[in-house]
Ligand binder design. Structure first.
Ligand SMILES: [Zn+2]
Length: 297
């Protein structure tokens, strides 16, 4: 727009210069009978000023319109996030493969078919690109898991892996690393496991470099480690150096969960009779990195 204004000013200057020039004056003198040179100059000048003003006004209007529209969209989007949330969504009782807000993670970023919310994948791609530039490879090894998927994991551990542990202790044993169905953050499409499922992998060599990079940089892209060290009194699952969450979105979902879900909603699998005794929502769903609990959108 500034360039255009300079252009108009340049034309005006050119006109003035032209009118002062004898040769040009000679040409204008030919039409002197119809209109005097001074009058012609004034008409041209007036035309340019009007064109300049209306152009700048319309550009201003368009810029303002676009700005207002994008603000509206932003607010609408934020409202939609909360508006579209349902109890079934945060409990993982929906088909994410058919949900329009979910996308499949590209092969170069994952080892298998994994789904995440679009916003989350978008942010992860930006983070992975920067990581790659820094010599760090980030691969998603687990993303969204719904109620049924989580139930399969839970049932296997309940019926096979820990079948010899007394029932009243079995749930707690499984809960060292695995969530009960209805309580997993993997239901939300905002959380993912990166590179490896062993803490020891991230404590030396290549894994340590990857973890150190994430600790230093992930927050810039909205990602936080969810299950940090329990040394500071955090309750719930053991530390998981691989589990990261896109907090700008997951903090909204956690807020919804805390307002709408009770321990009575956590049901439909073996061992669910221990949910209230363990106080799943207080100790596990909210037993997370305090930075996430205090996160403000
Ligand atoms: Zn995980």
């Amino acid at each position: 727009m500034i360039i255009r204004r300079f252009f108009y000013v340049f034309i005006v200057i050119l006109c003035i210069f032209g009118l002062c020039c004898n040769k040009t004056r000679f040409m204008y003198n030919k039409i002197n009978g119809i209109m005097s040179v001074n009058k012609l100059f004034l008409v041209i000048l007036f035309g340019i000023v009007i064109a300049c003003k209306s152009q700048s006004k319309s550009e201003n209007n368009t810029t303002q319109k676009v700005k207002i529209e994008s603000e509206k969209l932003k607010v609408k989007d934020q409202k939609l996030e909360v508006k579209n949330l349902t109890k079934n969504y945060v409990l993982g009782k929906f088909d994410f493969t058919k949900h329009s807000d979910f996308v499949c993670v590209p092969k170069k970023l994952s080892s298998k078919k994994i789904y995440l919310r679009k916003e989350v994948l978008n942010a992860f791609e930006k983070m992975a690109t920067q990581a790659e530039k820094d010599g760090i490879s980030l691969k998603i090894i687990s993303g969204t898991r719904n109620f049924d998927y989580q139930k399969r994991i839970w049932d296997y551990k309940w019926n096979e892996k820990y079948k010899n542990v007394a029932k009243n202790k079995r749930a707690l044993k499984i809960l060292e690393f695995s969530s009960m169905p209805c309580t997993s953050r993997h239901h939300w499409g905002t959380d993912m496991d990166i590179n490896n499922l062993e803490n020891s992998y991230f404590e030396k060599g290549k894994g340590k470099k990857e973890y150190d990079w994430l600790v230093k940089n992930a927050k810039k892209y909205g990602f936080y480690q969810v299950y940090t060290s329990k040394n500071n009194g955090r309750t719930g699952y053991n530390e998981e150096k691989w589990h990261w969450s896109y907090v700008p979105l997951s903090s909204l979902y956690l807020d919804f969960y805390n307002k709408n879900i009770t321990n009575q909603d956590i049901t439909g699998f073996q061992g669910s009779e221990f949910v209230s005794k363990i106080d799943m929502i207080k100790n596990y769903v909210n037993g997370i990195n305090p930075e996430i609990l205090n996160y403000k959108n």
